[in-house]
Write a protein that binds this ligand. Structure first.
Ligand SMILES: *Cc1c(COP(=O)(O)O)cnc(C)c1O
Length: 343
């Protein structure tokens, strides 16, 4: 039986966002980050849809994520961002995916296993993952498909962006590679100087707004929906929910939704979240519970037990309402949702 909450996923919006990001990159190829199960949408479904639209380069974090995507659509390449631990080597040599080598130890391990085609991450200043530019000699003779780096502050206008790009271009002079890659979603918005050969957006594909330049160009992809479990009338002076944080100032119609923080609608939405049915906006009241959310249904007199409402999940607005990042809003969406693509 289908669960009482579902994610409606808009394939046309996903593909339109990818095409917009591709255009921003000038002549660069546009890939897609699909780690964390496609940012919560379902990686296999995202890969199938973007591959059909022409996307050829996908990125996950771990080999478990890579294995879960097999078999890949024809003509598609997959890179594993966290490289190879000893316990990854069996998967890394068997699966049709490339490791992104991040440390001298990973480079040594990959060479000893035969050193097939790989990608390499250069650390140009984020100080998270990657080979230091000063260690680039360690890469001699590797079959490097994509030489890449990652921007720390692409969502800000700071000199570090150009510094990181220049540092990557300098390493690229010395290290043979087939393609160069730097930009995530926000990096794509910095312009074609940052796109080089291949971009790696994630957030913006899924409707997140990485920088102001993208406003008005990206479409919402993810629409959480939940069913009404009970409708009730509460009198003035009565409270709703745990710890009685909301009290009715007048008689109020309440609808209780079959969704909660265990689904990723976190407690930061208490008192600030919104649901929608037709043209009516229905504010969350009281605390979000594990499996339930109460809304003021006064504006929707016909809304009844079993009806569906849509949770407002425009990512920049929902981030402002909840105090969560747009990334957390996507990756926190729980396993209980039925994921329903509109295509
Ligand atoms: C997650 C990730 C991306 C995508 O970042 P967004 O900000 O979601 O566009 C690109 N590159 C690397 C190395 C990543 O880890």
């Amino acid at each position: 039986m289908s669960p009482p909450h579902r994610l409606r996923l808009d394939c046309a919006a996903l593909v339109a966002n990818w095409r917009w990001l591709q255009r921003q990159g000038g002549g660069a190829a546009c890939g897609a980050a699909v780690k964390a199960d496609g940012y919560g949408l379902g990686a296999r479904e995202v890969v199938a849809r973007l591959a059909a639209a022409g996307c050829r380069d996908f990125f996950v974090s771990t080999w478990a994520e890579a294995a879960a995507l097999m078999p890949l659509p024809a003509g598609v390449a997959l890179s594993v961002l966290h490289g190879v631990r000893p316990e990854d080597m069996a998967a890394a040599t068997a699966l049709p995916a490339r490791p992104v080598l991040n440390t001298p130890e990973q480079v040594r391990r990959w060479r000893e296993a035969g050193g097939g085609a790989c990608d390499v991450m250069i650390d140009t200043g984020i100080n998270r993952l990657g080979i230091a530019p000063g260690d680039a000699d360690l890469l001699d003779g590797l079959a490097i498909e994509t030489l890449m780096s990652h921007l720390a502050c692409a969502d800000e206008d700071v000199p570090q962006n150009a510094d990181q790009r220049d540092a990557l271009l300098a390493v690229a002079q010395r290290v043979p590679h087939r393609r160069l890659s730097l930009a995530n979603s926000a990096g794509v918005c910095l312009g074609p100087d940052y796109a080089v050969d291949l971009t790696r957006p994630g957030l913006a594909l899924y409707g997140g707004l990485p920088r102001g330049e993208a406003a008005g160009h990206l479409r919402q992809v993810v629409f959480p929906e939940a069913q009404v479990l009970q409708r009730r009338r509460v009198p003035a002076g009565a409270s709703v929910g745990y710890n009685a944080t909301w009290t009715a100032t007048q008689e109020t119609e309440i609808a209780v939704l079959n969704i909660g923080y265990a689904d990723g609608i976190l407690r930061g939405f208490s008192g600030t979240g919104r649901a929608r049915v037709g043209d009516a906006t229905l504010p969350f009241v009281g605390r979000v519970s594990m499996d339930l959310v109460a809304i003021d249904a006064t504006a929707a007199p016909g809304l009844a037990e079993g009806d569906w409402v849509t949770i407002n999940y425009d990512l920049p607005a929902a981030a402002a309402a909840s105090g969560l990042s747009q990334y957390e809003l996507l990756t926190g969406l729980g396993d209980r949702f039925e994921r329903v693509w509109s295509d």
